[in-house]
Design a protein around this ligand. Structure first.
Ligand SMILES: [Zn+2]
Length: 61
């Protein structure tokens, strides 16, 4: 079984990270601001963001 990433590292990598649903740009923002749609993608201006999924190491794109 693959070893899980230590919690602090996973937090640093994925906490407050969102991905634009339109252009897949990564955006770091406070989750409560994303919830009330205060955050816009700086690339395409979309407000449709999703939480960045926790990817496993070695996962193929
Ligand atoms: Zn975008």
């Amino acid at each position: 079984m693959a070893k899980k990433m230590p919690e602090p590292i996973a937090n640093r990598m994925f906490k407050n990270m969102f991905v634009c649903m339109k252009c897949n740009a990564k955006i770091r923002a406070a989750p409560d601001k994303v919830k009330i749609h205060k955050i816009k993608c700086r690339k395409c201006g979309s407000k449709q963001l999703r939480l960045k999924a926790k990817e496993r190491r070695g996962q193929k794109a």
